[in-house]
Design a protein around this ligand. Structure first.
Ligand SMILES: *Cc1c(COP(=O)(O)O)cnc(C)c1O
Length: 381
């Protein structure tokens, strides 16, 4: 009986994940392959459960950032192809081969190491060439892509399964950014031609993250790589939100641990930054910045209880924070407190991101491992 019964929990609405995948399917059409980004424990939602559900829905590929992330999926029995978005270290190459991963490759030394290791293990590895068309992170420069494709073609144990690129501003409505993304798409298409001109089949072409899935249909190519929209958010809150009705998948909840009445002038929490302006009821919520409820939300955020919003009173502590229930309340320690969620009354992760100067990605990723995840398989919200 080691069940974690903490009041503070992340409820993962898997029906909303299905719904968001349906939205993506409508945006990209019936034929395109879908590769879901489940890196960073599926943006905090739980990579194994999210991957299983997404595969059951019908996605083609999973993608992670690190080799250990991929190993967790394989050890959970997941056999689907797993793309590795970042470059592995030397010692990890053995695991790329033995776990049957699909790495992004961007230079010939790395490809040769993979080929060698594949030979040693008597296996074959599918690789995707990553071209840097403007992200400036990893990738072969466009004028080196065809040569790299030739190297892969000439080696044993490595198979060129795809060619891809990545966009830094595909989610931005600014005209210069739209222009930049269009130029990247052009460079990518031109580079693909140089590979084909060598008589090499580039395989699956892919480029679109959530931003490009929503705003740049000409970048959909053969496969798309959604991340944040899968979890229910637009990558940039300025985007035209009529494109798709994505629903947040994560709901961060708790219950009051302690409720008390305080007198006018009573100060609440560290630093004494908040003082009761009259007699009021204060509830202590057993969640804090160590759980992923950012300290920058001190006296700023609201939480929802039975459809009503209540303000955070004073500083968020490591493991607790307080809310002001007002001078008269029927809230009890049995009530559910929603810190963020999909219900439309509570804030969502994008709202909390706006309050803390960050993006919804970081808000859901920040929900700490000590917060148990509950997977709701059928319930709508
Ligand atoms: C994370 C990532 C994605 C998904 O990005 P979103 O903005 O979350 O849709 C796609 N491709 C690559 C290479 C990534 O690293």
């Amino acid at each position: 009986m080691n069940e974690n019964r903490r009041a503070t929990r992340a409820r993962i609405h898997l029906k909303n994940l299905d719904h968001n995948l349906d939205c993506i399917r409508i945006l990209v059409g019936p034929k395109r392959k879908i590769c879901v980004a489940v890196k960073a424990d599926a943006y905090g939602h739980g990579a194994v459960e999210v991957s299983r559900r997404a595969l059951k829905w019908g996605v083609d590929f999973l993608a992670v950032a690190t080799v250990p992330e991929a190993m967790i999926l394989r050890e959970a029995g997941i056999k689907a192809p797993i793309i590795l978005f970042s470059i592995a270290t030397g010692p990890e190459i053995e695991q790329i081969v033995s776990y049957g991963l699909t790495p992004f490759v961007a230079d010939r030394e790395y490809v040769k190491k993979i080929s060698n290791e594949a030979g040693l293990q008597n296996r074959s590895v599918n690789v995707h060439i990553k071209i840097d068309t403007g992200m400036g992170r990893i990738g072969v420069q466009p004028d080196g892509a065809a040569d790299l494709a030739e190297v892969i073609h000439s080696l044993t144990g490595v198979n060129l399964e795809g060619v891809c690129t990545h966009f830094p501003v595909s989610d931005s409505p600014d005209p210069e950014d739209i222009d930049f993304t269009r130029k990247q798409i052009q460079i990518f298409s031109d580079t693909i031609k140089t590979i084909k001109n060598k008589g090499i089949d580039p395989g699956i072409l892919h480029a679109a993250n959530s931003g490009a899935i929503i705003a740049h249909p000409e970048a959909h190519f053969d496969m798309v790589r959604p991340g944040i929209c899968l979890y229910g958010y637009y990558p940039d809150q300025r985007m035209d939100k009529s494109t798709a009705d994505f629903k947040p998948v994560m709901e961060f909840v708790s219950r009051p641990a302690f409720i008390k009445k305080v007198k006018k002038g009573t100060s609440i929490s560290y630093g004494r930054t908040w003082t009761a302006s009259g007699e009021t009821w204060i509830a202590s919520i057993p969640a804090g910045y160590a759980d992923g409820f950012n300290r920058l939300l001190s006296s700023k955020a609201h939480v929802a209880i039975r459809g009503k919003l209540y303000p955070v009173a004073g500083r968020v502590c490591m493991d607790q924070f307080m809310i002001d229930l007002g001078p008269e309340t029927d809230v009890t320690t049995d009530d559910l407190v929603i810190l963020f969620g999909p219900d439309g009354i509570s804030p969502d992760a994008a709202d909390l991101g706006e309050l803390t100067g960050t993006i919804p990605y970081e808000v859901t990723c920040a929900i700490n491992k000590r917060v148990p995840r509950d997977y709701l398989k059928t319930q709508d919200l």
